[in-house]
Design a protein around this ligand. Structure first.
Ligand code: NG1
Ligand code: ZN
Length: 538
């Protein structure tokens, strides 16, 4: 206890204005980096305690602010199987960080240990990484100080993508077991992905040049490193151009580039100038989100393929493989989306692919949880964060089914390769990008073919400043307002006036504002509807 108090004093919390509290949100603690040093320290203490509560399994801590500006940073905890921190512990994290003094931190620590029957002398292990933000140094120093004071073992993996840290947590905790997730090293991550990609691409051709905008973040050097693990003769025609990969000028991180820029601006980054016909994609600042796009050389129009598109592409491809593998009826496949998914994608998946779709509240932990209920659960947020989860039963079926024909054998081999290629812990832009490339190669598709599977409904997302966002309480996976009274009826009345329309309002979990989403048959109607709903909640 005394050690923690003494160390804590060297990494103080910045007090907030009266009435305000720090809160462990959808993405952990995220804000201006200069507010985070004390938070990183307290998160370290909590991570060690979490490890002890789980029999000394490794807990991860990732230091990143993803797609947010370079001056921001963030700290979040990763659970043993590479999942997001359990909800109950988010509350403990919030309590820790808001403790009024260093002594109070230790008091909460001891109370928690007693309540949860944790022996604070038991072994603990915490592993961590950070993105390329310079502020990460200070935060790592505070985090290490906490782990030393808490007598926890630790491994500093230095600079990593967020999904790499999730991989390492799971690999650490499964090492040497029958469900080993891979070698416990960054190299192990590349080897696993490269091997799976080569297997999945067997006999197929990489479709021309792929340009990858890395948001000037950690994805740049990591993608370049990964590519060294793919010998040119192993993947026919592979040609990947890595752009916006300058991590030496921290101020240009996420600046006018990256997946979030593409999704919110609905256009390509201005640099490098997009060549018509060039297949392009963008990662975000910590490489867990992915957006594809191009300019159609025939029509000169810009087309963006977002998380909903990746989700429907993956579901369609896996569905076909299951059919060929004779496993379609054996393995329950489903798609998980949020209310922000374009209605056209939901229709396509339910009507055309004939797969069930479940809608959850915003935030990947919700999607992940529901996807685990399927043998094959495909989940993506429209913003490009997502993955495909395979149950142990599905993985066993891919490996153990006796093929009766060469086609069935191929399908089973491809499914097994996908099981290794797709990150099972969290959305991973590099892994998802390789998945998309595999699918396009198998289908021999250009981005035009992909974009033609269905037409997105025109939509608009607006951010609305409100006095107190907490009064906006929702139900039905955030699609309907319970409170303030009467607001939902007013929204319903407006929606009724438009064709093929849908609209909802909810409080943001990451910003101090509400968001209004609207879609309708035409761009102007979607826009008009969003404006009217914004007026209702203002
Ligand atoms: P909020 O601020 O709660 O809308 C945003 C994104 C989410 C999710 C989280 C975490 C939209 C509309 N919302 O949530 O999809 O990614 O950030 O990063 O894109
Ligand atoms: Zn991210």
């Amino acid at each position: 206890g005394d050690d923690i108090v003494a160390a804590s004093k060297k990494h103080p919390i910045v007090p907030l204005e009266k009435g305000q509290r720090y809160s462990y949100g959808t993405a952990g603690f995220r804000m201006k980096a200069d507010l985070l040093e004390g938070i990183a320290f307290r998160v370290g203490v909590l991570a060690a305690l979490r490890s002890r509560s789980l029999g000394g399994q490794a807990i991860g801590v990732m230091i990143t602010a993803s797609h947010n500006p370079a001056v921001d940073n963030g700290v979040k905890i990763v659970d043993p199987m590479g999942e997001m921190l359990e909800q109950e512990w988010e509350r403990y994290a919030t309590a820790f960080v808001n403790a009024g003094s260093d002594e109070e931190v230790v008091k909460i620590y001891k109370t928690l240990a007693t309540d949860l029957k944790i022996n604070v002398k038991d072994p603990a292990k915490v592993i961590f990484g950070r993105d390329t933000r310079p502020s990460g140094h200070t935060l790592v120093t505070a985090l290490k100080a906490a782990l030393v004071a808490s007598q926890s073992e630790y491994v500093d993996y230095k600079i990593l993508t967020t999904p790499q840290l999730h991989y390492l947590v799971r690999a650490t905790n499964t090492e040497g077991s029958p469900v080993s997730y891979g070698k416990v090293s960054e190299v192990g991550y590349y080897e696993k992905l490269a091997d799976a990609f080569i297997r999945a691409m067997k006999g197929k051709k990489f479709g021309g040049t792929l340009s990858v905008d890395c948001a000037n973040g950690v994805g740049g050097p990591k993608l370049s490193e990964f590519l060294k693990y793919i010998p040119k003769d192993k993947v026919n025609g592979i040609d990947v151009k890595v752009v916006n990969d300058d991590v030496l000028r921290p101020e240009i991180l996420n600046l006018d580039c990256g997946a979030d820029f593409v999704k919110t601006k609905q256009r390509a980054p201005p640099i490098p100038k997009l060549v018509p016909g060039l297949r392009s994609c963008s990662l975000d600042g910590d490489a867990d989100r992915l957006m594809y796009y191009w300019v159609d050389p025939d029509t000169s129009s810009f087309a963006m393929l977002d998380g909903d598109r990746i989700s429907s592409l993956a579901a369609s491809f896996i569905g076909d493989l299951l059919e060929s593998a004779g496993l379609r009826d054996e393995l329950r496949t489903g798609v998980v989306q949020t209310a922000y998914a374009n209605g056209a994608s939901t229709n396509y998946i339910t009507q055309h692919l004939k797969l069930p779709v479940i809608c959850t509240p915003t935030g990947v932990k919700h999607l992940h949880h529901v996807a685990q209920g399927f043998d094959i659960g495909v989940y993506f947020e429209a913003n490009g964060h997502g993955t495909v989860l395979f149950s142990p039963y599905a993985i066993a079926a891919f490996k153990e089914t006796e093929p009766q024909s060469p086609a069935q054998k191929d399908a089973l081999a491809t499914l097994a390769a996908l099981g290794d290629l797709i990150n099972q812990t969290v959305g991973d832009a590099i892994s998802d990008m390789l998945l998309v490339e595999v699918i396009l190669a198998h289908k021999n598709w250009t981005l035009r073919d992909w974009a033609m599977t269905y037409a997105d409904l025109p939509n608009r997302l607006v951010r609305v400043e409100v006095g107190n966002k907490d009064v906006f309480r929702t139900t039905d996976a955030e699609r309907r307002l319970l409170h303030p009274d009467g607001a939902q009826e007013e929204i319903d009345n407006e929606v009724k006036k438009f064709k093929d329309a849908r609209s909802f309002a909810r409080a943001s979990g990451t910003e101090n504002a509400c968001r209004v989403y609207a879609e309708a048959a035409t761009r102007s109607e979607a826009s008009e509807l969003a404006d009217r709903v914004a007026l209702i909640i203002q």
